[in-house]
Design a protein around this ligand. Structure first.
Ligand code: NAD
Length: 344
């Protein structure tokens, strides 16, 4: 499009948010991107370094440190930057951490979403897309979740994400706030914090360290390459109907066991590096997620990255970008969390 728009990307220093910034700068030459991020343990300015250091982005990109719960900061940015669109990625996002510290999840994933919705309404933001997850619907043994499936979250993380979604829904109905919700499955790709299964396992295997597989590894996830997720969000931002929910997915269901096998094969590592551990999530561990993507496909969106290729490319990215993840995995707070949760 030739329109000039300013997009506020909250949580833009994280995994999906940073990839979304790259996607938008590349696909919408007339857009400006503004990031608000609290730089929690999961947010990292080095994740945005390639964008910030590119002189072509000088007038098109701006970073603000701060929390989405901070109404003054949020309203200040909407005003100063004349924001047209908000896309909210900011969240506490790790299930295992939500078992240890559920309160921080409510602060960001519920209250923070409310602050953004409230500010969006007061400042007449044209559209807000709230990024959510298939996990809000809980587990499903056969068939798949549609946008109408009931919310049945099983972990403090997914319950908080469901709370954020409900705030968005209610603000649309009560105030006409132009918000849309997207739900997606397990993302993978560059710049994912190495506590999530794929980058955690890849970075451990590179160092010939054992990887902990929960239970029998039969849990099934609906895998999405992060750039397909980003193109889906961009599509919903421009073509979705306000107040509606859209699932984004690639119909690629794979068990954790299968994913581990692919990692071992690609990296040329032995099976002996896999250690089976009792499932630390216990009953809260959803066995299977699966999303119907008929709604977004009927509007014309399609994913464009074949799973195997995207996975190989992602593995290669971690092999070639140790300078990004090494400083993270050597931090004491990272090592404390990993050994506390998964053992040495
Ligand atoms: P991430 O943990 O990598 O990034 C989250 C970012 O939000 C970090 O940069 C962090 O500093 C920032 N942040 C946290 N709390 C904040 C606050 N209070 N104010 C401002 N910034 C804050 O997470 P991700 O994997 O990129 O996930 C992004 C979004 O997508 C989340 O809302 C998550 O629920 C959703 N999602 C993720 C996946 C997945 O597979 N990773 C799947 C579906 C949905």
């Amino acid at each position: 499009t030739n329109d000039t728009k300013t997009v506020l990307v909250t949580g833009g220093a994280g995994f999906i948010g940073s990839n979304f910034c790259r996607y938008m700068l590349q696909h919408h030459p007339n857009y400006r991107v503004v990031v608000l991020d609290a730089l929690t343990y999961a947010g990292n300015l080095s994740t945005l370094a390639d964008i910030q250091q590119n002189p072509a982005n000088e007038a098109r990109f701006r970073f603000y440190p701060g929390k989405i719960q901070d109404e003054t900061v949020v309203r200040g940015i909407l005003e100063a930057e004349q924001v047209n669109y908000i896309v909210n990625f900011a969240a506490e996002s790790h299930n295992d951490r939500s078992l240890l510290d559920p309160g921080s999840f409510i602060q960001t994933d519920v209250y923070g979403v409310f602050v953004l919705l409230d500010a969006a309404r007061r400042h007449h933001v044209e559209r807000m897309v709230h990024i959510s997850t298939d996990e809000v619907c809980g587990t499903i043994s056969s068939g798949c979740f549609t946008e109408e499936s009931p919310l049945l979250p099983n972990t403090p993380y997914s319950a908080s994400k469901a709370g954020g979604e409900l705030q968005a829904r209610a603000h649309h109905i009560a105030y006409g706030t132009p918000v849309l919700i997207t739900r997606c499955g397990n993302n993978f790709g560059p710049f994912q914090y190495p506590e999530k299964l794929l980058p955690f396992f890849i970075t451990r295997l590179i160092d010939n360290k054992k990887v902990p597989l929960y239970g029998d590894g039969s849990q099934v996830r609906d895998w999405v390459y992060v750039m397909d997720h980003c193109s889906g969000i961009d599509f919903v931002l421009h073509h979705g109907v306000v107040g509606e929910i859209y699932n984004i997915g690639c119909n690629e269901e794979h068990s954790n066991k299968e994913i581990v096998r692919l990692l071992l094969e690609t990296l040329g590592k032995p099976d002996t590096l896999v250690r089976t551990i009792p499932d630390p999530r216990g009953k809260a561990h959803d066995h299977r997620y699966s999303l119907s993507t008929e709604k977004i496909r009927s509007l014309g969106w399609r994913p464009s990255h074949p799973f195997r290729e995207a996975l190989q490319q992602t593995i290669r990215w971690y092999v070639e970008n140790e300078s990004w993840w090494r400083p993270i995995v050597s931090r004491p707070d990272y090592q404390d969390f990993i050994s506390r949760f998964y053992g040495p």
